[in-house]
Write a protein that binds this ligand. Sequence first.
Ligand code: SAM
Length: 234
Amino acid sequence: MILAAGIEEKNKGTLYIVGTPIGNLEDVSFRVLDTLRKVNLIAAEDTRHTRKLLSHYNIHTPLTSFYEHNEEKKTPQLIEKLKNGNSIALVSNAGIPSISDPGYHLIKTVIEENIKVVPIPGPCALILALIVSGMPTDRFVFEGFLGRTKKERMKKLKELSKEKRTIIIYEAPHRISKVLSEIKEILGDRQIAVARELTKKFEEVIRGKISDVEMIFEKKKPRGELTIVIEGLR
Ligand code: SAM
């Protein structure tokens, strides 16, 4: 049973969902650092990755791994710790945990167990890509990754073909050419923005019709992390 907010049991710990940098280690708030320091345990998608952030800020909190394939198995262990009064910070490799990253199952279970959940803000690639895209920000939809197989991607794109709101998707650089041509095929040659390596040294935003962006990528293969923003149906 989910109880109303504010009546979580007092002697239980708290789960902090902590946003961490998406590239630039300076993108952390005082509150993020304070939380990572004061919790009893940090549940991290990749402990080696998070250790780099912790050592940059001289933080020595114990880490435990919490990734896509052990999330369900690990959740009861973390719940037990929270019930015993320990506080835990959940972090992923980049950005906000549970946004195309592990965390949803744990967060849902923590709420069901009447344990307090506190979000600690940090960068999120989809929001940063949206605001630099130059496309309407008043209404938008986020699709995460369209999928590994062409069948999955085509199904989602067909569902999106009448979407009037700005569309944001995550994609891996090795699939970008394929995905851009599939978007063009189903949604038409629309205006897009590809935000690449946000917050990092080689940050760039490429804006134009899909065919223009394809021409740019033919000359120079895109590398690194990228987020695609697509204009809604006009
Ligand atoms: N939880 C993360 C967040 O809050 O943004 C997203 C994690 S998801 C596994 C990783 C995807 O986010 C990448 O494949 C890419 O599409 C996008 N992404 C992450 N970092 C990025 C960056 N620095 N620039 C552009 N896109 C990025």
